[in-house]
Design a protein around this ligand. Structure first.
Ligand code: NAP
Length: 277
């Protein structure tokens, strides 16, 4: 277990949404924070919030979609703090669309941020963690990583890959003082990307699928680190039976997914597309 008190945590996507709440919670646990996102002003606002808690925080504005920026970012954090104990790969984007009309460049950007950046950040952070035999990686996946999601299939693909990356890495690193966890929330209400969609879409949440809260996701991240959990699903409804059904009978599982979520996601995709036009 990596002690959070006085540990150094690098949180990506820390300028708003879930990442901001995770960063604040880690600061309350006594961690010192390296905050990453593109928007420097938003990051500085979170830096001030953390300093008001009496903790150290430094903003490292960076476009993680640019793989060439990642080694320099990790070096800069090491120069400032001397080490990284916890890496939370949280930055991620959705891309609600009708797949046949999706801009290929948007799909590439989504994979670059949601998946490649998490892998490369981990690659650049892990060697020093192994030298010190101390470190924890948390990858922010999604329920979508277990079964895909209509109207954002690439999002589900990146999250499925993150789940597999996390478990493979975790087993490889076992016994060497460094570990990895995946946190997989369902639809998060209260803040973040789904909350923004639900405010503009004006449609009730899908009752049968359930939702979750930012607070529950934050607790899941803390628990993942404290208890070295391999994978934490965060949702108001138990998902194990649905995921089991999907494994036993993909056809039946996907029929259920269609009934439970396609109309909902299609509506959101239409609203987002209308907003883009
Ligand atoms: P959000 O509110 O849109 O926040 C995304 C964060 O990522 C922001 O800080 C954003 O800051 C940063 N970011 C975006 N593009 C970036 C880039 N190219 N380089 C660096 N940073 C970038 O989203 P969220 O809802 O908090 O989502 C956080 C994570 O939770 C994501 O991985 C998401 O897939 C996952 N998740 C969310 C939900 C949900 O319902 N909200 C459910 C399951 C999983 P800048 O724009 O300033 O760069």
């Amino acid at each position: 277990m990596v002690p959070l008190n006085d540990g150094v945590a690098l949180v990506t996507g820390a300028s708003r949404g879930i990442g901001r709440h995770v960063a604040l919670a880690l600061a309350r646990e006594g961690a010192r924070l390296a905050l990453v996102a593109r928007n420097a002003e938003d990051l500085e606002r979170v830096v001030r919030e953390i300093r008001a808690l009496g903790r150290q925080a430094v903003a490292f504005p960076c476009d993680l979609g640019d793989a060439s920026a990642i080694p320099g970012l990790v070096e800069a954090v090491h120069r400032t703090f001397g080490r990284i104990d916890v890496l939370v790969n949280n930055a991620g984007v959705d891309n609600l669309c009708f797949f046949e009309g999706a801009a290929p460049a948007d799909l590439e950007r989504q994979v670059a941020l949601n998946l490649t950046a998490s892998i490369l950040l981990t690659r650049h952070v892990v060697p020093k963690m192994l030298e010190r035999r101390r470190g924890h990686i948390v990858n922010m996946a999604s329920l979508a990583g277990f079964h895909g999601v209509p109207h954002d299939a690439v999002y589900g693909a990146t999250k499925a890959a993150l789940l597999a990356f996390t478990s493979g890495l975790r087993v490889e690193l076992h016994g060497r003082g460094v570990s990895a966890s995946a946190v997989a929330p369902g639809f998060v209400v209260g803040d973040g990307l789904y909350e923004r969609h639900r405010r503009t879409a004006g449609r009730p949440d899908p009752k049968l699928l359930g939702t979750t809260t930012v607070e529950a996701v934050v607790q899941a991240v803390l628990e993942a680190i404290r208890r070295d959990r391999p994978e934490v699903i965060v949702n108001s409804r138990p998902m194990a039976p649905v995921l089991f059904l999907y494994r036993v009978s993909p056809r039946l599982g996907l029929t259920l997914l269609r009934v439970l979520s396609r109309d909902h996601m299609r509506h959101h995709a239409r609203v987002v597309q209308a907003g883009r036009a």
